[in-house]
Design a protein around this ligand. Structure first.
Ligand SMILES: Cc1cc2nc3c(=O)[nH]c(=O)nc-3n(C[C@H](O)[C@H](O)[C@H](O)COP(=O)(O)OP(=O)(O)OC[C@H]3O[C@@H](n4cnc5c(N)ncnc54)[C@H](O)[C@@H]3O)c2cc1C
Length: 451
């Protein structure tokens, strides 16, 4: 019988829970999952804005710029067991099949084409939930009636549990899983090109046969740098979906319940699903009378980077720096404005507006390209879908930090399995793709340990 390998997983978010859960069910592995944040109460999970406001499950990064011209923007990331999966809006989308074929063909990740990943999505032990008529909410329902092709969202709402901790539930019964919260990893211990364990911020060293980094796309580069890894591609390739929000004062308050319940994919310049409209039944205001329409570009070219400046980390997204993205964003915003003027969408409230001064959305249609670019730039937001800072690819690819199996180039026994490894952001909210990627990398780690 093979000796049991000790694996340390750094970060108990979407990817970390998935990797730990998959590996702990393999009798050849003993898994220690280290999460910097606290345990997030299950009862908090459905209350999207409530969890975000409570701030004990998230951290707002302040050294972030979304565009080349903005100096700082707030950028929220999870901090607690379950990670983003425990605090997110639960929208579960796989992305377009061409996204993964592109990973395979353009980025040399040959085992990540649609024909490889579709069965992996199918195999995830998740029962996604579709809101029923009573749960749709007024904006969710209006989007379905007013926008061709709009659909109910598949939500990660598995029998009352939304987060990736589902993967831990089964594994914890096997006894080969040790979950520790409040455990901040400061570096990976690397000796002679081999990862030997991790050091925590209190100086404790945990010895391991393998270390899997799942700290998220903003934190994983930092852990690698702190561990002495110098690959020039670490921190580069950063992406998120640029987004703007429209709002309307509703005729009556939204009911308690799911916040995002329906969405519509938009084709732009012949690219399917290049944009997305998401119905927010309310925007977290106390009276729940503010409905929202999130308008996001999902097919994205622009890339940014993370860099270290002394003790601090700077995050520069460079959103809309590529002219193809600026063009597509203009088209998307104009289309979304047209959709807000349909009877179904407009009759639910006092009219859709596009800024804090209640400027009617329709005024955006009168703007020139330059004026609309300026409006987008000053109202730009994001979807907390950071990916791509430690991309997968072959050892010959100068932009690749890890192999297509997630192993860090140049360091044995060190893996990355979180949103960092995406070669390019898919046309999807990222949680489900991260889960699929993490489950596959866990399987690659299992295979690598076979005698
Ligand atoms: C507010 C919000 C809303 C979202 N809405 C959606 C949605 O509706 N649908 C969707 O598909 N996606 C959504 N997402 C995105 C999705 O949740 C993320 O893509 C996904 O969680 C990323 O998974 P990850 O494992 O890479 O990182 P995370 O889930 O962020 O996990 C990283 C974990 O690592 C921990 N960590 C960091 N550094 C250390 C360290 N040094 N030591 C130990 N632990 C560490 C962090 O505390 C965190 O818990 C949303 C995200 C946010 C924040």
């Amino acid at each position: 019988m093979a000796a049991v390998r000790t694996v340390v997983v750094v970060g108990g978010g979407t990817a970390g829970c998935t990797v730990a859960g998959v590996l702990a069910q393999n009798k050849n592995f003993s898994v220690i999952l280290l999460e910097a944040g606290p345990l997030i109460n299950d009862n908090q999970e459905r209350d999207f804005f409530g969890v975000l406001k409570s701030q004990d499950a998230s951290v707002t990064h302040r050294s972030v710029s979304l565009t080349q011209t903005t100096s700082t923007d707030d950028y929220l990331q999870a901090r607690g067991l379950g990670g983003g999966s425990a605090i997110n809006a639960m929208v579960s989308v796989r992305g377009h099949e061409d996204d993964y074929n592109n990973w395979s063909q353009e980025f040399g990740c040959t085992e990540w084409s649609w024909s490889d990943v579709a069965p992996a999505f199918d195999a995830l032990p998740l029962n996604l939930y579709e809101p029923n008529d009573n749960e749709l909410g007024v904006v969710g329902e209006a989007l379905l009636r007013g926008v061709p092709g709009a659909q109910r969202c598949a939500l990660a709402w598995n029998n009352g549990r939304q987060s990736a901790r589902i993967f831990l539930d089964v594994a914890q019964q096997t006894g080969a899983l040790d979950v520790r919260t409040g455990a901040v990893v400061s570096r990976v211990c690397i000796k002679d090109g081999n990862a030997t364990g991790v050091e925590l911020s209190d100086g404790t060293v945990i010895v391991a046969d393998d270390v899997v980094l799942c700290s998220g796309a903003l934190a994983t580069p930092h852990v690698l740098w702190a561990s002495g890894c110098q690959h020039s591609a670490i921190g580069r390739g950063l992406q998120d979906h640029p987004a703007v929000m429209f709002s309307t004062t509703l005729n009556k308050p939204a009911a308690q319940g799911f916040v995002v319940t329906s969405h519509a994919s938009i084709a732009l310049d012949g690219v399917l699903d290049a944009g997305q409209m998401m119905a927010y039944n309310h925007l977290g205001d106390a009276s729940r009378t503010l409905g929202g329409l999130g308008v996001a570009l999902t097919h994205v070219w622009s890339r940014g980077h993370i860099s270290v400046d002394g003790a601090s980390t700077r995050v520069q997204f460079n959103m809309l720096s590529d002219s193809r993205d600026r063009h597509a964003m203009r088209e998307l915003v104009r289309l979304a404005v047209v959709h807000t003027s349909t009877h179904a969408m407009s009759a639910i409230g006092a009219g859709w507006t596009c800024d804090e001064n209640a400027r009617p959305c329709s005024e955006l249609l009168d703007m020139s390209d330059d004026e609309l670019d300026a409006w987008v730039s000053s109202h730009l937001g994001h979807q907390s879908h950071a990916v791509g800072t430690c991309r997968m690819g072959s050892a010959q690819d100068p932009n690749a930090v890890v192999s297509p199996h997630g192993q860090v180039h140049g360091v044995s026994s060190l893996w990355v399995a979180d949103a960092s490894v995406f070669p390019r952001i898919p046309r999807a909210n990222t949680n489900l793709p991260v889960t699929m990627v993490a489950a596959r990398i866990a399987n690659f780690i299992s295979e690598s340990a076979r005698p």
